[in-house]
Each structure stands twice: as C-alpha cells, then as structure tokens.
Design a protein around this ligand. Structure first.
Ligand code: GLC
Ligand code: GLC
Length: 813
C-alpha cells in the first residue's frame, strides 16, 4: 500500500473542509450558487461560472482535460517586487509561505501568504443575485511598506460552451467588450440575438486593464507568466474578436499592519429586447449598475454572505443527529445534505468529470436526487416533479433527459429506458410524505410539453405504472428497452460500430425477450407505494388493480427470476439468463439484489437473506460492493456498453456507489444492522478520508459515482465525484433506514436498523410545521422498536402522529 498522505481535514464547527496543501491528488472542488447563477471552484481557484445551463449560458471559459489539469479560473496575480504569486498557488505556483483553502457551504475561502503579505479571497454567489463575489483582502503583515501590483483575471466564454470549443472560424471574429470605469463588459453576440451580457467589476479605481488575451498573456507565455503581469504593466487592450478576457490592474500601497478589501464582481445581466441599447452599439448598463451598487462595499458583501450562511443554518437544521460518532455526524449533518443540494441543482451536468455540454437533467436521476433534497426546500422539489412529468409521453414512456434552460425533452437521446416511468412515483411519493401536500396530484401536467394535452399528475403516475405492465416479456417480467437503471446494459443494441452511442443507436426491439429483474424489483417497490397512495386517496379499485399487478410481478420473480442463491439480473434478447451461475462471467449483479431485497420478494422463502449473503460473498471488497462479479473480460455484442469497460471500472464491476445503498436498505429491512452498517461505512466519505486520501484521489468530503472495484488495476481509486445519485441514496439510507426517521403520510415512522454497538442518539427533525426531538435507545438491538413515548405519553405502533409544534420523543428498542 502506497503512503497515504493527508491534504486536509474536516472543520465541523465551521462546516468546512480545510485543504492545507494545494497539490491535492486531483482538483478538489466546491460549488457556488443555489438557484440561477452557478460556479465551480477548485482548491486553486480553477473552474468557471454559468447561468442556469452549463452548456448554453457559459459565462467564463474552462478547458477540460487540460495540461496541466485544472488550468484556467479566476486568478489574482500579486506582483511584489520581483515576486509574482497567487493566493491559491496556481497558476504561478510560486511557493507560498502559507496556503489554505476552506470549502464551505456554497462558499470557498482561499488564503495565501508570501513575503509578509496575506491575500485571502472569499468566493460566493449571493442569494437571489446573478453574480459571483470575490472579496479579496490584502494584508501587510511585514514591517515595511508594501507597494503591490494587483492583476485580476477572468476569461470569457462565448456563451455556448460547445461551439466555444470548436467553431473558431467564427469565434475569432465575434468577440466584443466595453470598458467603463472599473467595469469590463463582455457583450459578444449581444448586437444580434442575445439579450444578455456579463461584466467583471471591482469596487476601486483601476490604473489599467486588459481585455485581449494574447495582449495580456503573450502568445508564447502562459497563465503562469502573463507578460503584462511579469512586466508589471497592463496594456489597456481592447478586444476585437480573438479571445476576450477581463483583467483589472490596481496599484496597492499597504502600510505595515494595514489591510484593504477589494470586492470583485462577476455579473450576468439580461435585458428586454427593446431595452438592449443605450445608443448604437452601446449596451444598456442600468441593471449592471444597480447590481454593482448592491454589492460595492465590504459591509454589503459581508451582509450578503451572512444571509447565505443563515440559509445554510436553516437548511441544515431540518435534520440533525448527535450520535457521538463525529465521522457519522459530519456526513449526516453537513456534507451528505450539502451534496444532495448540489446534485439536485446540477443533475449530472457540470462537474470536473461532466463537462457541462453533454447531458441535461435525467428523468430517473432527478427523481432520485429529489429524495435527498425534498426536506430542504419542498417547493423546489414540487416544481421539479412537474417539470419532469411534463416530459412524459401519453403511453407513460418519457424523455430520458431534458434541458434545464428550456425544460424540453432532449431529442438526441429520446426515450425507451423502461425504468424511467417508475421513478416518477418514487419522487412524488417522497414529496407528499415530506409535505403532506396531496394537491400536487391535481396539478394539470402536459405530455411532451404540448399545451392542450394536460392531465392530472395522478394520471401521470398511473400511466407510469401502466407502462411497465404494458411492456412485459415472455416471463412476465418487465422488458428492459434501451436499458434500465444501468445505462450500459444495452440488451437490444447489437453494435459493432465504435462511432455509435450504445444508448441512442437503433434499438432492435422487435421480437425481443430482454427482461430486467431490476425493473421488476423497482416496480414492486414503487407499486406498493402507489397502492398505498391510492388507498389513502380512497381509490380502492385502482389500489386493487395495481395490487394484482404487484402480486403478479412478485410471482414472476419467484418463478423465473431466482437463480438459487441470488436474483438473476436479466434475460437477453434471445431469452438467455444474465447474472446466473450458468454464465461464465458476471454471474451475479448488484442491482437486482438491491431492488428485489428492497421489495422483499421471497423473504418468507429465505430468498432475501440468501441474496444479501451472496452480495457479501461475491460483491463485497474492502472499498464497497462491486456491480457485478466476475468482471467481463471481453466485449459481448449482446450486452452492450457494460462489457466495453475494462475490468473493475464503471458498470463493469466498478464499485458503483449509487447502488450500494440499495443492498444496505435491503439489509435494514431484513433487520441485519451489523451488515448494513459495515457496507455503509465502507463508502462513507469520512471513513475513506481517514484512510485513503492519496489512493482515493478525489474529494474526501463527498461521494463519487465510482470507486475502482476489486478487479481493477487500482482498487479503491475514486472517479466522477460530486454529481451522482449516490448522494441522495446515501441520505435516504442513513436518515430513514439506519437512523430510522421516516416521513410518512400521517407522521414520522420510527424504525432504525443499527449495528449492535450503537449507543443512544438524538435526531432533531423539523417536519412540516412540527419540530421533533427524538432520542433512540438501541439497547444493543439491531432492529425493532419496543416502545415510543411522545411528550410523555405512549404511542401505539411505530408512527408518531403529525401535530404542529415542538415535541419530545423517546424510543426504546
Ligand atoms: C449514471 C447515470 C444514471 C445511471 C447510472 C448507471 O449515474 O447518471 O442515470 O443510472 O449511471 O448507469
Ligand atoms: C451511464 C454511465 C456512463 C455513460 C452513460 C451513457 O451513465 O455511468 O459511463 O456515459 O451511462 O453511456
């Protein structure tokens, strides 16, 4: 095992991760912004900003997969005599006397010190404002007067992040800027159809500027040694085409002990078509002036920052646990919830692994993300459900993705992923249980966004269920379509052309026998939820109809979905088994074990226990449970993308963290608390952080989508951090199934499943208009609530009936 160096640590009191060495094994990033204006920022200030849509409204440029990695961002260059340095070490990489990056809740603070000067930058996006604030504080800690030359730097993106990286015959001629006082405006394409521009401002007089990249950097120089900076002389360049940038030049004199603040603002403005211009080719700056005026002093910025912190105080006050185990508490109370919010906002669009140009919002992804987020800001979850359902088709099928800016289904990908419809039930039920808001079911929601086609949301749920029932295969199990949750299990694809996408190429579905046990389990889980919902609504006929379908599905799984020691994964196009002992490779898959144990199919016959044991035996390793075992060693034409990955990576036997919680929930339902906990702790970031910072590579404060599995070259290496369904599933698992605080229609159900070493713990849970303080006494039990006392009175059963106000609950197991 290679030496596991540490690059940082948690600071729970401030809800921060503190990075103390800029040379992390991979850029460790954070997200700024909560609603419209967003930024990604690495621990060396790399990254970019966009408005709503990372593809269509990219504000600053970023080059993915660059050399060196993570080059480009918002940079401050400080020239102190002959020394040029950056507070975040990059891009100059001048050795610093001190470096620290604190990633907090929607903000990042980077501090560097060099030769007696401290430069500290606080980055955040104020609530409800379309801008990124960069508050730079320069402090002279030396005994001499310091004469510093300060250069700021941002590089504009020409709005469409995809064409920005390819259409240079056009791009090099369109760039336009305006400069007014200390503000640099970027207005490329504003003269024609765009009604938006961006600006970069500083609240101090400037002594120079640059807006043309090559003039500032020099054609043969780099971000690490821009000519203007190295010579200490701005060029006052005005960009015409080529590559517009924004750089302010400020001369700063600091007496010993003196400190000065500078507020830099990266802003975004939209104007009405008929209010675009002040004069020919002069943009209307009214809104920019107004935005600047709201944030032009340290006091105003500090106030905006305090508001942001207060928002997070409130959000993180909704569910709070005290177990005495710091590693658990910090993930539950801080980082897991934070990651859920970020994933809800971004779906899978923009991270340091998702380039922001490739994907919109996923139908299934967003429904799952919602479950991690709904307790935080329910109205936004409500809107999301309506948006998602609006991309459904009348037969219950749906677009696999939609674009956040337009909310339209994405035609490039289309539909046909047969698990998608069920997720709408999953998301909607979670929303209603959290809020008690059944009115959402009466909302009128269109098909494919076509006005005039509206039916109630409840009707959308019904056709979602029907879509599964109407697409059963020869074993009466659900047909898989293009794929189920596993995008890479493409059983109707048959591709030998490397230029085709496995997901979108012509699907040979005529005569297919390809069925999915994952969808079968998902259908039973969501079907039971649907039945309960129908009963709640008094729709007894509909409840009975669906109960029959659920029972039939259970019977089909028991009959043709069981392999003896575990659930099969699927049947292929020809009706041959996948995920069976009869196969040479990939004899067992995790997804069907997860969903069929969550559905408790055949529990009474010992199937659930056997399946869970098989997960331990064949899938588990030191770093978590792999997706399948043994890994595929060759491409299988009938299976598609799953067999395209080398062994141990991604869907071919990687530890796909997203699906580990399914098995953990299966363990919890089966009452096996020790096993549930041991699976959970293996992929819990705080435990990994302690052991494997170098090996794991990616951010130690959030989950990543995939950790290389036991068959990989480097087991334990993480990839694809931040934007993953893992966030919501980890949250759902720990909050509802391990700690056992489960929102329900009429109250909160208490049903923990714990390791026998668990000690007493308390959960503070705000729920609708109520505020519960729930203390659990496990008494060495893994499962089973013996008694509940609510405000001093015993409660029958395991549901605390909802009533507004403050309540104290004592639970004995
Ligand atoms: C990615 C996708 C998700 C899919 C999973 C498994 O996480 O975002 O939709 O279910 O991969 O293929
Ligand atoms: C899944 C996989 C990802 C792939 C996508 C489409 O989301 O995780 O690797 O890019 O499917 O193929």
């Amino acid at each position: 095992m290679e030496q596991q160096k540490r690059y940082g640590h948690f600071d729970d009191q401030h809800r921060e991760y503190v990075i103390t060495d800029p040379q992390t094994p991979w850029p460790w990033i954070n997200y700024l912004g909560n609603e419209d204006f967003f930024s990604l920022i690495s621990n060396t200030a790399g990254g970019y900003s966009f408005y709503k849509d990372a593809k269509f409204r990219r504000i600053t440029r970023y080059r993915y997969n660059n050399v060196p990695m993570d080059n480009g961002g918002r940079y401050f260059y400080i020239k102190d005599g002959d020394t040029v340095w950056n507070p975040g070490w990059k891009p100059c990489k001048t050795p610093l006397d001190f470096y620290e990056c604190r990633h907090g809740m929607s903000y990042t603070r980077i501090t560097g010190k060099k030769n007696g000067v401290e430069a500290s930058v606080l980055f955040f996006v104020p609530l409800k404002k379309w801008c990124e604030v960069q508050k730079l504080t320069l402090k002279n800690e030396s005994k001499e007067v310091k004469q510093l030359k300060l250069f700021s730097f941002e590089e504009w993106c020409l709005w469409n992040a995809a064409t920005d990286m390819e259409n240079f015959q056009r791009n090099f001629s369109t760039g336009e800027v305006e400069i007014e006082g200390s503000t640099i405006y970027h207005k490329t394409e504003y003269r024609e159809r765009r009604n938006h521009y961006a600006f970069y401002h500083v609240n101090a007089p400037i002594q120079g500027f640059d807006t043309d990249r090559e003039t500032f950097v020099g054609l043969y120089n780099e971000f690490a040694d821009p000519q203007a900076v190295m010579e200490g002389k701005p060029r006052n360049s005005h960009a015409h085409g080529w590559s517009p940038i924004a750089s302010h030049y400020i001369e700063v004199t600091l007496q010993p002990g003196e400190s000065k603040d500078f507020v830099f603002l990266l802003g975004y403005i939209e104007n009405e078509q008929d209010e675009k211009f002040e004069a020919l080719q002069v943009i209307n700056k009214k809104k920019a002036h107004a935005l600047i005026a709201e944030l032009d002093t340290t006091e105003k910025v500090d106030k905006a920052f305090a508001e942001l912190c207060a928002l997070w105080d409130n959000l993180l006050n909704i569910y709070k646990v005290r177990t005495g185990n710091d590693k658990l508490d910090r993930m539950v109370n801080i980082w897991n919830q934070y990651q859920c919010m970020v994933t809800f906002n971004f779906s899978r669009s923009a991270s340091f692994f998702e380039s922001g140009v490739g994907r919109g919002m996923g139908f299934r992804d967003s429904n799952q993300d919602l479950v991690g987020f709904v307790h935080q800001i329910p109205p936004r979850a409500r809107q999301r459900i309506i948006d998602i359902a609006s991309t459904q088709f009348p037969d219950g099928g749906c677009y696999h993705q939609y674009q956040p800016l337009t909310k339209r289904g994405n035609n490039d990908i289309g539909g046909g992923f047969n698990d998608d419809p069920c997720w709408l039930i999953f998301g909607t039920v979670a929303y209603i249980k959290e809020t008690g808001d059944f009115s959402i079911l009466d909302e009128m929601v269109p098909f494919d966004n076509q006005p005039g086609t509206e039916v109630t949301l409840f009707e959308h749920l019904k056709i979602s269920m029907n879509h599964v029932i109407n697409n059963l295969g020869p074993h009466l199990l659900p047909l898989i379509g293009r794929a189920d949750w596993n995008d890479c299990l493409n059983l109707n694809c048959f591709s030998w052309d490397p230029n085709e996408s496995f997901q979108t190429t012509e699907n040979v579905s005529e005569g297919t026998k390809a069925e999915s046990l994952m969808i079968a389990g998902l259908f039973v889980v969501t079907g039971k939820d649907y039945v309960a919902l129908c009963k709640k609504l008094g729709k007894t006929d509909e409840a009975a109809r669906m109960q029959k379908a659920v029972d039939a599905m259970i019977a089909a799984v028991k009959k043709d979905g069981w392999d003896g020691e575990w659930y099969l994964r699927a049947y292929d196009f020809y009706g041959r088994k996948i995920g069976s002992n009869e196969n040479d490779e990939a004899k067992i898959f995790i997804e069907s074990q997860g969903w069929c144990t969550m559905a408790e199919i055949g529990a009474e016959d010992g199937m659930v226990a056997k399946s869970l044991d098989s997960c331990k035996k064949y899938l588990e390793c030191e770093h978590g449970m792999v997706l399948n075992n043994p890994a595929f060693s060759k491409y299988i034409y009938e299976y598609g993308e799953i067999s395209s990955y080398p062994e141990g990576y991604k869907e071919n036997a990687g530890i796909f963290c997203h699906n580990n919680p399914w098995v953990i929930i299966g363990e919890c339902l089966a009452g096996r608390g020790n096993d549930a906990w041991s699976h959970y702790a293996k992929i819990l970031p705080s435990y990994v952080e302690e052991k494997y910072q170098t090996l794991h590579k990616v951010e130690p404060y959030v989950n990543c989508q995939m950790v290389a599995g036991k068959d990989a070259f480097k087991p334990g290496e993480g990839k694809n951090s931040w934007l993953t369904g893992t966030a919501a599933w980890m949250w759902y698992t720990v909050s509802e199934f391990i700690l056992g605080i489960k929102p329900d229609y009429d109250g909160i159900r208490i049903d923990p499943c714990l390791p026998e070493t668990a000690t007493d713990y308390t959960v503070n849970r705000k729920f609708r208009e109520a505020d519960y303080e729930i203390t659990i006494h496990p008494n060495g039990q893994q499962k089973g609530v013996k008694s509940i006392v609510l405000d001093g009175k015993p409660v029958d059963g395991t549901v605390i009936p909802y009533a507004p106000g403050k309540h104290v609950v004592e639970v004995t197991m």
